[in-house]
Design a protein. Structure first.
Ligand code: CP
Ligand code: NVA
Length: 300
């Protein structure tokens, strides 16, 4: 039976750890990696902009000997109301896996329901599982653990934050989210969470005792019309030197990128010695290779 990645919650703790370990192994091999996906094709259906996710999936597939087909959703018959059932069935006859970046999580879930090939969520309004998997790999590299650590999330309780919540629920690390009123993670995302996940108002309370501080843009894709209000509502939630100084001495700063210097993070912090944002970006390439191998080559 095929396996999809629609949310981090689709994975067990053992599967997440195995993916991270395999990605670290793949990284150490660089280009000397077995062409395990020769003859296989990954489709990429994107309805939102992307630099990192698109390029890292394309290069990941290439390094493993396979190929990709990039489809702007607007150029497909999906944009002319061909239904998701027929699209999924047809693509399953050509492709070996498909990654989708879109607004609606339901569309990705419907695609997975009807497709006979693995479906990967490459970001929806609800979550960004691929991002947090590679971020966990980066945490493991820098801190040696993805279980016994306190991670702070400062800012919007958005799609990336939701995937961090899913990961904390499975791995058990401490996650403290500081968001302004009106921007806290949805109750559905927090449902079933244990004591290791806390939501607070004060960013200083969140970073105290944390070894990782994470943030993301205040205006996600699709929210552009809310820009002025959001920029005003998020005042006080910027990762600046004073907030970073309130965390553990060994703290690292993460941001999935793209960043808006001067909004959610200062240029000084983003480019500073504690920032690991470009390692994070690189690790998407390695984690995606591990993920593609797992989903395409292994059956349940
Ligand atoms: N972090 C991330 O998903 O970046 P892109 O939007 O550039 O793919
Ligand atoms: N929250 C951001 C993440 C971009 C990678 C967005 O959805 O636009």
């Amino acid at each position: 039976m095929k396996k999809d990645l629609l949310s981090i919650s689709d994975l067990s703790k053992e599967e997440i750890i195995a993916l991270i370990n395999r990605a670290i192994e793949i990284k150490s091999k660089g280009r000397n990696i077995k062409r395990s996906l020769e003859g296989y094709t990954l489709g990429l259906i994107f309805e939102k902009a992307s630099t990192r996710t698109r390029v890292s999936f394309e290069v990941a597939m290439f390094r493993l000997g396979g190929q990709t087909i990039f489809l702007n959703r607007a150029d497909t018959q999906l944009s002319r109301d061909e239904n998701i059932h027929d699209t999924a069935k047809v693509l399953s006859r050509y492709l070996d896996a498909v990654a989708i970046r879109t607004y609606s999580q339901k569309l990705i879930e419907d695609m997975a329901r009807f497709a006979d090939i693995p479906v990967i969520n490459a970001l929806s309004d609800l979550c960004h599982p691929c991002q947090v998997l590679s971020d966990l790999m980066t945490v493991k590299e820098k801190k040696g653990t993805v279980e016994k650590i306190r991670i702070a999330w400062i800012g919007d309780g958005n799609n990336v934050a939701n995937s961090w919540i899913h990961a904390a629920r499975i791995l058990g690390f401490e996650l403290v989210i500081a968001s302004p009123p009106g921007y806290k993670p949805l109750p559905e995302a927090l449902e079933g969470s244990g004591d290791n996940i806390k939501v607070v108002d004060d960013p200083y309370e969140a970073v105290k005792g944390s070894s990782v501080i994470n943030t993301d843009v205040w205006v996600s894709m699709g929210q552009e019309k809310e820009r002025a209000k959001r920029v005003s509502d998020f005042k006080g939630y910027q990762l600046d030197a004073s907030l970073i100084a309130a965390a553990n001495k060994d703290v690292v700063v993460m941001h999935c990128l793209p960043a808006h210097r001067g909004e959610e993070i200062t240029g000084e912090v983003l480019d500073g010695s504690k920032s690991i944002v470009f390692d994070q970006a690189e690790n998407k390439l390695h984690l995606h290779q591990a993920l593609l191998e797992k989903l395409i080559l292994t059956t349940l």
